[in-house]
Design a protein around this ligand. Structure first.
Ligand code: ATP
Length: 310
C-alpha cells in the first residue's frame, strides 16, 4: 500500500460526448484512504461517466483525475494496478463457477495460478459463497451473482474498489447483504471504495463521505450528517392531495412530489401546520430530514424523476 492519504483526486473534470452532451461539468473532489465514498445523483447525472474515466475506460475532455498520484490518462497502466472495478449491471461469466470466475480474474491480473486459487478460496469464504462455490453462475440468483463480482473485486486487494450501482435491481435483503459486505471489507482491509448509487438511503447508511451531483455538477459534498445539517432545525411535513386553499409557502419551502407536497418546515411551527391539516381533513405526516430531502431542497425535484434526464 502506498503512503497517499488521498486515493482519488479529481480536478475540474469535464466530459462532453458527441452531440454536445455535457456529462461532467467541472467535477472536483477527493476521496480519502480507508473510506467509503458515494457518488450520488439521479439518472443521467454523470456518475457512470465519472467512474469510467477514473477506471481508465474513457478519456476526459478536460481536467485531471489521478489515483494514488497516477494520472488516469498519462499513466493508465499504473492506475489499473491500483483499482478493481465492478461495472454497472455486470454479470460473472455464466458457465464458470464462482471459484473459477474469481481465479480467472486474478490470473488475468497477473497472479500465478496457485496464488490465484488461494485468494479465490479466501474470497469465497469471506463473502460466504462456500455453498455456491461449484454452481455455475448462470444458475445463481441476481444477488449471489453480484456477490461473486464483489468477491472478485475484493480478492484483488486493490487500493481502490469502484462499484458502479452495486445494488441496482437487488431485493431489499440482497441490498442489505451488499452493504454489510462493503462495510466489513473497508473496516478490515482499510481499503477505499468509490460507489455510485441513486438510492439515497444506501448512501446515507453506507458512506463516510458523499457527493451529490446533478447534470455533471457538484451540488453538495460532505459526510451524510454534515449534509443533512444544511437543513438544521427543519422537519419535513408530507401532505397528501393538498388543495390550494392553504398557503403552505408561508410555512417553508414547498415542493411537489407526485400527488403530495413536502413542506420543509421550521420545527417550532410543526404543531401549527399539523393542526391546520387535521382541521382541513388532509393526511399529513412529519419526519426527520433525510439526504433525499436535502437533494430535493437543493435541486428542486425528486431524485428518481427522469423527466430532466438528457
Ligand atoms: P444512471 O444513473 O442512469 O446510470 P449516470 O448518472 O451514471 O446515470 P451517465 O451514464 O454518466 O449518468 O450519463 C450522463 C449523461 O451522458 C447522460 O445524459 C447520458 O445520456 C450521456 N451519455 C452517457 N454515455 C454516453 C455516450 N456514450 N454517448 C453520448 N452520451 C452519453
Amino acid at each position: 500500500m502506498s503512503d497517499y492519504t488521498i486515493v482519488l483526486d479529481s480536478s475540474n473534470l469535464q466530459k462532453t460526448y458527441g452531440g454536445g452532451i455535457r456529462a461532467l461539468d467541472g467535477l472536483t473532489l477527493q476521496i480519502k484512504r480507508g473510506t467509503i465514498f458515494s457518488l450520488l445523483g439521479p439518472n443521467g447525472a454523470g456518475k457512470t461517466t465519472f467512474v469510467r474515466i477514473a477506471a481508465t475506460q474513457l478519456l476526459p475532455s478536460c481536467g485531471t483525475i489521478s489515483i494514488l498520484g497516477h494520472d488516469v490518462v498519462r499513466d493508465a497502466k499504473n492506475v489499473r494496478k491500483h483499482i478493481a472495478v465492478v461495472p454497472q449491471e455486470a454479470r460473472p461469466l455464466s458457465l464458470q463457477t464462482p471459484f473459477e470466475h474469481i481465479t480467472t480474474y486474478l490470473v488475468a491480473r497477473g497472479l500465478n495460478f496457485n496464488d490465484a486459487r488461494k485468494r479465490a478460496n479466501e474470497a469465497i469464504q469471506d463473502l460466504k459463497l462456500d455453498s455456491h462455490r461449484n454452481i455455475i453462475c448462470a444458475n445463481l440468483s441476481g444477488g449471489l451473482r453480484q456477490r461473486v463480482l464483489i468477491a472478485m473485486a475484493m480478492s484483488s486487494d486493490a487500493d481502490l474498489l469502484i462499484l458502479d450501482e452495486p445494488t441496482l435491481g437487488l431485493d431489499p435483503l440482497a441490498r442489505l447483504e451488499v452493504w454489510n459486505l462493503v462495510r466489513d471489507y473497508v473496516t478490515k482491509s482499510k481499503r477505499t471504495i468509490l460507489l455510485t448509487t441513486h438510492y439515497m438511503d444506501e448512501a446515507e447508511l453506507l458512506s463516510d463521505e458523499l457527493a451529490i451531483i446533478d447534470r455533471g455538477k457538484l451540488m453538495v459534498r460532505g459526510t451524510p450528517s454534515s449534509i443533512k445539517s444544511r437543513l438544521e432545525n427543519r422537519s419535513v411535513a408530507v401532505i397528501k392531495s393538498p388543495d390550494d386553499s392553504i398557503d403552505f409557502q408561508s410555512y417553508g419551502q414547498v415542493l411537489k412530489a407526485g400527488s403530495s407536497i413536502r413542506v420543509f418546515i421550521d420545527r417550532r411551527r410543526v404543531d401549527e401546520l399539523v393542526s391546520l391539516c387535521l382541521k382541513k381533513n388532509l393526511e399529513v405526516s412529519v419526519r426527520q430530514i433525510s439526504l433525499e430531502d436535502v437533494f430535493i431542497s437543493e435541486v428542486g425535484r425528486v431524485i428518481d424523476d427522469d423527466s430532466t434526464t438528457n
